[in-house]
Design a protein around this ligand. Sequence first.
Ligand SMILES: Nc1ncnc2c1ncn2[C@@H]1O[C@H](COP(=O)(O)OP(=O)(O)OP(=O)(O)O)[C@@H](O)[C@H]1O
Ligand SMILES: [Mg+2]
Length: 356
Amino acid sequence: MSSERRIPTGIAGLDRVIEGGVRDNTTLLVVGSSGTGKSTFAMQYLNYGLEHGENGLYISMEEPPEQIMREAKMLGFNLDEYYGKELFFFHSKGRDFVKLVDEQLPALVEANKNYAVKTRVIIDPLTPLIWAVQDKQEQREIITKLFYTLKQLGPVLITTEEHSTPGETVGEDVLIPIYMSDGAVHLTYRPIGGAFNRALEIIKMRATRHGEEVYPYIFVRGVGVVVRTTPLVSAEDVRKYDDIFDKAIRTAADLGANEKMLDRLVYVKENWSYPFSPKETLQIFFESQGLNDALTKEDLVRRKEATLSSEVPLDVSDISGVTMNVDNIELDDVSSSDDEGLIEIDNLSELEEFVQ
Ligand SMILES: Nc1ncnc2c1ncn2[C@@H]1O[C@H](COP(=O)(O)OP(=O)(O)OP(=O)(O)O)[C@@H](O)[C@H]1O
Ligand SMILES: [Mg+2]
């Protein structure tokens, strides 16, 4: 897992499939058609921050603050106590989005830049701006600037309404904001009956290993959205494959892998978070690095001869290399068919005799 501090979104069930939350100073886009729950999502995110000592900045491109607060209350979020103290609104009246993005928001950010308290920023929805700026190039520039400006305050959550046509995975109108955003989740509503009526998918989450399933979600009054996820890897499973990695690292050393590669394998070991064995992945990786067939009997003979004929005394790393060789080539360790040995080497008994 990444060591960078994560900021919980407060969306029940989501954080555990995005390594604990979003990264600071990034944008998260919530895409969904009308009525999928974007505003509930945004309110829940904002409310979590307020309840945990953060500030909130709500940028509204259509409704006035009073109406937003009223609707929040109907969703079960009472924001009154924060209003004007920790929660601020910026109501962009009118349609001059160029002025908003070029002048007003940078001025606002500049004024708040050195403020110690973290600020969660919400735009719900971004749709009026997208519709007002039809030219794709111009849209791209204005969204780039908007995201760049707001990210300076803290983690930003933006919702966008999509209008997809049958067969499209996501609507064409939201491709630019998705592309410009650090993370994006997709909410869909298909009234087919049953548990999967509403589902969330993570489209992307930069620098994060995220869950890749289609997760059903429900609305729970008083909580908001509850996404029905299972944790990516349970705490007790995290170290389950250490033995396989250790063996792979020894094998790599025997096969002549350099320090960088060995360090990389240790890093992979520390960060493996899949619920399945890394054996196949490691085999593919070894092959890509030309390591799978590097060690033949001839190689070993050559290596040993080179060591013996060398006039320079063995240095410590050579010695530890030899020790690893002897350690590793144990017949039943590598060749038994049901164990997790990584590299199949022919004629193991010959090799073993030779090494000894
Ligand atoms: N407690 C609840 N139980 C069942 N459904 C609920 C509940 N609360 C909200 N909803 C559903 O959530 C929908 C609206 O949620 P929300 O306003 O968050 O969606 P939205 O994506 O922001 O919609 P819009 O595009 O209109 O802004 C409603 O249509 C309703 O079906
Ligand atoms: Mg809404």
